[in-house]
Design a protein around this ligand. Structure first.
Ligand SMILES: [Zn+2]
Length: 324
């Protein structure tokens, strides 16, 4: 669907509870810039092949952009880049971490990851399940090219005369690129601003002491300053909308409310796996425990760094959080 002159909206199915991703084609001289790519499974490649003939009118891609490293965004990037023999544009932290994670997930389960989830409170059965499921990232993210073209915060990209400014946000992923067309007041927001769901803000085993929630709050402040209230937001999931400031405030409040609930819940020392009920309305099961643990840890780490919580290890190596 044409969103504006030279911007085409593609909706691609995803094989998970989040059942679609929005991808964008930007008019370029001699072809199309592809923004985000879908997970690399045969069904996605089929969608792309029909897109080449329909929305892209058999014109080539000129560049492939991935807003960030998550599989629904970067999954088909490597394949598309090779199909059209073009370059991949990403921010540096997203490209590097994507390469690292794809490499790690082709190896055995890292002991650092087992230690990380044991510290969070996983029992032996939950750790065994983690081992069994390990490696999905590398299966649905196709091999990236061995070199890339770096996008930097504040940089202006020009495609067919239309200027897009790179606006970096953090917290959901390390260096997420949004693209802002100031002339037409349109933002391709990736996962940094979503209309209905709150993007996952998690700590992962690669960097156990990271504080992504602080970065998420800082990015909300930054985006409120960078964007006008009436910007048309083209998100990666859900429908395009206006009202970015209202939505950013909602996203902020969701987390500050959760921090309050967490402190209330921590009247006694607890592990990361003990606080899910303070943070989530839905029940946590084998399918979502890893993500819920990362999200719990981002809130606990934030409160630890503000001095509201202390973390202590018991003789089994499990971390207990308590109020100061
Ligand atoms: Zn994402």
């Amino acid at each position: 669907m044409a969103m504006a002159d030279g911007i085409t909206w593609l909706r691609m199915p995803l094989p998970m509870s989040l059942n679609h991703i929005n991808l964008w084609l930007l008019r370029d001289s001699g072809g199309w810039v592809i923004v985000d790519t879908g997970v690399d499974i045969p069904a996605s490649r089929d969608v792309w092949r029909s897109t080449f003939a329909t929305a892209m009118r058999n014109e080539p891609a000129t560049h492939v952009i991935a807003t960030h490293l998550h599989p629904d965004h970067a999954g088909c990037a490597g394949w598309l880049v090779r199909e059209f023999d073009v370059d991949l544009w990403m921010t540096r932290e997203e490209y590097m971490l994507c390469r690292v994670l794809a490499g790690d997930t082709r190896d055995n389960v890292p002991e650092e990851a087992i230690r990380f989830y044991r510290e969070a409170g996983f029992n032996d059965a939950q750790l065994a399940l983690y081992r069994k499921n390990f490696g999905l990232f590398g299966k649905v993210v196709g091999e990236l090219p061995k070199s890339y073209r770096r996008m930097r915060d504040g940089e202006r990209l020009t495609f067919a005369g239309q200027v897009w400014e790179v606006v970096v946000g953090r917290g959901h992923s390390p260096e997420h690129a949004c693209l802002y067309d100031r002339d037409r007041n349109i933002l391709i927001s990736g996962d940094q601003i979503l209309p209905t769901i709150s993007p996952n803000v998690s700590v992962w085993p690669t960097e156990p002491l990271a504080d992504p929630l602080r970065e998420w709050f800082e990015s909300i402040d930054k985006l409120e300053k960078a964007l006008p209230e009436d910007v048309l937001v083209l998100p990666a999931h859900g429908k395009p909308f206006r009202g970015a400031h209202v939505r950013l405030e909602q996203l902020r409040k969701e987390h500050t409310d959760n921090l309050d609930k967490l402190l209330e819940r921590l009247r006694e020392p607890l592990r990361a796996v003990d606080v899910f009920d303070a943070l989530f309305n839905s029940s946590i099961n084998d399918g979502n425990r890893v993500m819920a643990t990362g999200e719990a840890l981002s809130h606990l780490t934030y409160l630890r760094n503000t001095g509201d919580l202390l973390a202590e290890k018991d003789p089994q190596g499990v971390t207990w959080f308590r109020r100061t």
